[in-house]
Design a protein around this ligand. Structure first.
Ligand SMILES: Cc1cc2nc3c(=O)[nH]c(=O)nc-3n(C[C@H](O)[C@H](O)[C@H](O)COP(=O)(O)O)c2cc1C
Ligand code: SF4
Ligand code: FES
Length: 588
């Protein structure tokens, strides 16, 4: 390993209170400089530099899908095939790539130019099909655009390919700067009212901000809708351990692509929100745990953080008020479960992303055993508005108990899939209209990301998009990732793809999740292939019931609920498909 690489790893390690935390970023760095894979020798060297055992480092390398042991081609084409991608035609893109390149998924062309892989959701669901080439995304990929991409790559050029990426904002809070040029620059942010919330917060006490956020009833946007102010007040009072703030930017839930809109187009909004939150909870150090595939967004954040530091908005003695706070951007490495807050903390400590048993909750025992608050990007990005304008102004958006703006990511069968910022409590119909309306006839909709129960078109009628109303309809608002399906949607195939995702992502700690997901996947595969029976369908339902409530983290629930709902609500489709091969042909 080159001396410069070792120095760079040393520099990364110095950012963390515990140098073991540098394991994931160090492995990313080594892989980038070594033909897209990590050799056993380099792994051992990184382990030595960071003071972890080689066995531990190997355990980490093999846990995360982004770390490879075998070299890949010059251009690694990774096509996302999760549900929104499936609805947008990703399977045709994969087939076209296989035909054109003359290789199958998992192979490399003989000239070493291309490796083809399929991957799980890339948080680009509104602009699917998406192909990740090395560390760049190519979105809205039709067959023609795929050919254009290949032609350019063959010339050795990573092309710029514009995307439509639809969006609209009715609230003008989270996506206010989405259309403003250079909105990632601090000067643009300041010129458009940025950092006023921080200024106002620093004029008051930390307790005032906690009380404002509580009064605003800001519910966490990561999925569960837990009130942020209440979570902040769970921190033990007067302890001597440092308090950490973690921004959850893992954005791994299929159907969800909202947090990237904030980080990519308005990074200072998040930085300001974290700084105010840091002040409120008495933290001096925050982390942004961002999914590994978003390396370029991590770059945007790093740049914005450096600007904020240089203008006295971050670092020591912020705005001359004696408050110190800084932010470290930490790249994950491809593991959905690391979005779960305790798995995320393990991962940030440089370990495999295995969820921890709760309690204790992170607010009491979190990162490095210290009190830690984990909040979603969107939650933190709403804090500056509350700090500047107050809780009453925040509550002008939304419905009772469900206040504030929300970014709804709409994907699947609509004319203009994209990110739509509307108040919580907006009718689903309004959102679908904003997205250009359903193409064809609405058959079903998943309103909160892949892990929530599907609704039939009839059940979705008149649905109000807030936490409580969704729960009353037997589903959840979750992350607000709305996946729309028209009459062409093949629900058994969607159920199979759903369970394959969870089977792939299960961390493997609990038997019901690890074995249950794989067994359900085999049963559904049999059904989809027309080789199943009614008994198989019953068994799927039995297994889902057995998984529910019997796993260490909510991932078991996250697949048992949607699969159960798909099978129960569309059972005739599963019955017809299961017996398709064995049914007597008409007229025989
Ligand atoms: C399997 C799993 C994946 C999750 N993924 C994410 C994620 O990508 N982003 C996120 O903010 N929260 C995710 N969560 C929820 C987090 O555990 C946590 O509740 C959230 O970050 C808290 O933020 P909030 O209170 O601001 O909503 C996930 C939870 C589970 C069980
Ligand atoms: S439920 Fe699944 S993902 Fe969660 S801890 Fe258990 S095995 Fe791991
Ligand atoms: S990014 Fe393609 S399915 Fe989400």
């Amino acid at each position: 390993m080159h001396a410069e690489l070792k120095q760079a790893i040393e520099a990364i390690a110095s950012r963390y209170p515990d140098r073991k935390s540098a394991l994931l970023p160090a492995l990313h760095l080594v892989q980038k400089h070594s033909n897209g894979s990590i050799s056993p020798e380099d792994l051992a060297e990184v382990a030595r530099l960071l003071g972890v055992s080689v066995a531990e480092a190997y355990g980490v390398q093999t846990y995360y899908t982004m770390f490879r042991r075998d070299p890949v081609g010059k251009f690694h084409l990774q096509v996302d095939t999760n549900i929104p991608a499936m609805l947008a035609g990703a399977e045709q893109v994969v087939a076209h790539l296989e035909n054109t390149l003359g290789i199958k998924v998992g192979q490399t062309t003989t000239d070493g130019l291309f490796t083809l892989s399929t991957v799980e959701d890339l948080a680009s669901c509104g602009t699917c099909p998406v192909i990740q080439v090395n560390d760049r995304y190519y979105e809205e990929m039709s067959i023609e655009r795929t050919d254009e991409l290949l032609a350019s790559l063959r010339r050795g050029v990573m092309p710029d390919m514009p995307v439509a990426a639809h969006f609209a904002t009715e609230c003008g809070v989270l996506l206010a700067r989405r259309a403003i040029p250079n909105a990632t620059e601090i000067d643009t942010y300041l010129a458009t009212g940025g950092y006023r919330g921080l200024e106002r917060a620093l004029e008051r006490t930390p307790a005032d901000t906690v009380s404002d956020v509580k009064e605003a009833n800001l519910r966490g946007r990561g999925g569960a809708g837990f009130p942020a102010g209440v979570k902040w007040s769970f921190l033990p009072k007067g302890g001597d351990k440092p308090v950490y703030l973690i921004c959850n930017a893992d954005e791994g839930e299929p159907g969800t692509f909202k947090d990237r809109q904030i980080m990519e187009y308005d990074p200072h909004l998040l930085i300001e929100g974290m700084t105010i939150a840091g002040y409120a909870i008495g933290s001096k150090l925050g982390f942004i745990y961002i999914r590994g595939e978003f390396a370029w967004i991590a770059g945007i954040l790093e740049r914005a953080i450096a600007q904020a530091r240089s203008r006295g908005m971050l670092g020591t003695n912020i705005k001359g008020k004696g408050f110190d706070f800084d932010i470290v951007v930490h790249l994950g490495a491809g593991a959905y479960v690391c979005g779960e807050e305790t798995a995320l903390i393990e991962s940030l400590e440089g370990k495999r992303g295995n969820p921890r048993l709760k309690p204790p909750f992170p607010a009491v025992v979190g990162l490095y055993g210290s009190p830690t608050i984990v909040n979603n990007v969107e939650t933190l990005a709403l804090v500056p508005y509350i700090a500047e304008k107050g809780p009453k102004a925040f509550q002008q958006f939304g419905t009772s108990n469900n206040f504030g703006p929300k970014i709804f990511g709409i994907s699947g069968h609509v004319r203009r899939p994209g990110a739509y910022e509307y108040p919580l409590g907006t009718p689903l119909e309004t959102l679908l209209e904003a997205a250009g309306g359903v193409t064809g006839r609405l058959k079903a909709v998943i309103v909160g990301g892949l892990s929530v129960p599907i609704l039939t078109a009839q059940e979705a009628q008149g649905l109000i998009m807030d936490y409580d109303a969704c729960q009353k309809r037997g589903t959840m608002l979750g992350s607000g990732g709305i996946i729309v399906m028209n009459e062409t949607a093949d629900i058994p195939a969607i159920a199979l793809r759903t369970i394959r995702f969870y089977a792939h992502e299960s961390c493997g700690q609990c038997t019901p999740c690890r074995d249950g997901s794989h067994t359900i996947a085999s049963l559904l595969a049999r059904i989809v292939a027309g080789q199943g029976t009614s008994g198989d369908i019953d068994l799927v339902l039995k297994l889902c019931a057995a998984v529910r409530g019997s796993t260490l983290c909510p991932t078991g629930e996250a697949f048992a609920m949607p699969i159960e709902a798909m099978v129960t609500k569309f059972r005739p489709e599963f019955e017809a498909r299961a017996c398709a091969r064995t049914a007597t042909p008409a007229g025989a």
